[in-house]
Design a protein around this ligand. Structure first.
Ligand code: TRP
Length: 450
């Protein structure tokens, strides 16, 4: 017989864990980068629409299915199905979601490792070890491998601790620290000369871009990735919510925190780019485009820190610790997906399951590192632009069509007697049944036909 299931000890515990999962490199790096490359606030507006109207309902589908079935994400869809075929499709969807989680972790751990490497570079630089500092900041397969292994080891150590002693405990410590560092960094960056140009670029939309299909698909993918949807992470976290706690208000809070932090992180990263430009750092590439993605974080920002003298090294340290913490509370939530499956469905002891699966994913990361040019981009595209929206779509279909309306209501009523009179109940069930899957499909298909 396996051990009893874990459960978050309070609403706050769940909020810290779920916000910890949602807030990650996607918010602080992916989002500002996409804004910078896609017409500033035009992207922001489309992103907000996608997040509130597609991702939030899909998040609720995962949370409700999770708490209703109280099982891992691979078994959950199967558990609510009654016909043979819907059971099979449910299992397959859950399984694809779990494989997607493993693939996401294999590239995310590499990115997270880079953040930890840059933090180490700043720390060694501060104490005068300039040769090591340089190695930690230089791009090499050896460095990537070392820090991926370190990062995965931390993730594995926390997940071995289980839901309360691992996930909840660490997220409750790390998330408040994260928010405080973010605010401190923003206040500091906004005092730099040139920063206000960045604020303007961020908040003034170029609306000619709003109908660009790539922008719309990008915004949808970003919203799903940012809320950790379409792999079973939120489903499994939902399954650990106590029946006393109100799902509707918790889901709303997680969405608001996640979107809020992405929007606020834009106020850090984009003004920092313009401050860098003010200090003579190149922020446009040869074709006249703003430098984005890796170049932004690992070239433009470090160049900005360099122009700030001795204090710059310290700011750099704080910034990269901040990025590493944001990444860590996300990687643990991804690893929990396959681990929960192995523990519950294959009766594996938690520690053994975590080490085996975490080890296998680290190996996958190593393969990506040594075949970087061929594999890295493909793994990201397949998982975030194809798998996640499609699995998310299936979650909506199962919540809307397979889970009985009555079971849905009973689930919501466990923590809120008046659930049926609330606005959520009036809108969401029909919405998640028809509009959400259709909209995801349309956004998805127009990518192929445009
Ligand atoms: N949401 C996190 C971010 O924004 C990443 C993440 C954590 C994730 N768990 C996930 C993405 C599950 C997709 C699926 O960085």
């Amino acid at each position: 017989m396996s051990a009893p299931r874990g459960e978050f000890s309070s609403k706050l515990g769940f909020l810290m864990a779920a916000a910890g999962s949602a807030v990650g490199l996607g918010n602080i790096w992916g989002f500002p980068t996409q804004v910078a490359g896609n017409g500033g606030a035009a992207f922001l507006v489309v992103y907000l629409l996608m997040a509130f109207f597609l991702a939030y309902p899909a998040l609720m589908a995962e949370l409700i299915i999770g708490r209703h079935t109280k099982t891992n994400s691979v078994k959950a869809l199967q558990a609510i199905a009654s016909s043979n075929i819907s059971k099979k499709v449910g299992f397959a969807t859950g399984f694809v979601g779990m494989l997607t989680a493993c693939a996401i972790l294999s590239f995310y751990a590499i990115l997270a490792g880079w953040m930890a490497a840059h933090a180490t570079s700043s720390a060694t630089g501060l104490v005068g070890m300039s040769a090591s500092s340089e190695w930690f900041a230089s791009q090499s397969s050896a460095r990537s491998l070392v820090f991926t292994v370190i990062f995965m080891s931390l993730t594995i150590a926390i997940i071995c601790g289980g839901v309360k002693q691992g996930i909840e405990k660490w997220c409750s410590r790390l998330m408040p620290a994260l928010i405080m560092i973010l605010i401190a960094l923003i206040v500091y960056v906004l005092t730099l000369e040139g920063a206000t140009d960045g604020v303007r670029a961020y908040l003034v939309p170029d609306f000619s871009r709003v109908t660009d299909p790539n922008l719309i698909v990008g915004a949808m993918g970003q919203a799903f990735f940012s809320l950790s949807l379409g792999v079973g992470t939120m489903l499994i976290y939902g399954s650990y919510i106590s029946e006393r706690d109100d799902l509707v208000s918790l889901g709303r809070s997680v969405t608001l925190i996640d979107i809020g932090i992405a929007v606020v992180a834009g106020l850090l990263v984009i003004p920092a780019m313009y401050a860098a430009q003010h200090n003579g750092v190149q922020i446009y590439d040869a074709d006249g485009y703003l430098i984005e993605s890796a170049g932004l974080i690992f070239t433009v920002l470090p160049a900005l820190f360099d122009t700030m003298g001795g204090g710059g090294m310290f700011v750099s340290l704080v910034f990269f610790i901040f990025m590493s913490v944001a990444a860590l509370t996300s990687t643990i939530s991804v690893l929990e997906v396959p681990v929960a499956y192995a523990v519950e469905s294959h009766d594996m002891p938690r520690t053994r399951a975590t080490i085996l699966i975490g080890g296998a994913i680290t190996l996958a990361s190593a393969i990506i590192i040594f075949n970087f040019d061929t594999l890295f981009g493909i793994v990201i595209t397949v998982t975030t632009q194809y798998s996640e929206p499609l699995v998310g779509l299936m979650m909506c279909v199962y919540a809307g069509w397979v889970l009985q309306r009555n079971s849905l209501l009973q689930e919501l009523k466990k923590s809120n007697e008046n659930a049926e009179h609330g606005l959520f109940w009036k809108i969401w069930p029909g919405y998640v049944r028809v509009i959400c899957p259709a909209a995801i499909l349309i956004v998805f298909l127009q990518k192929f036909f445009s």
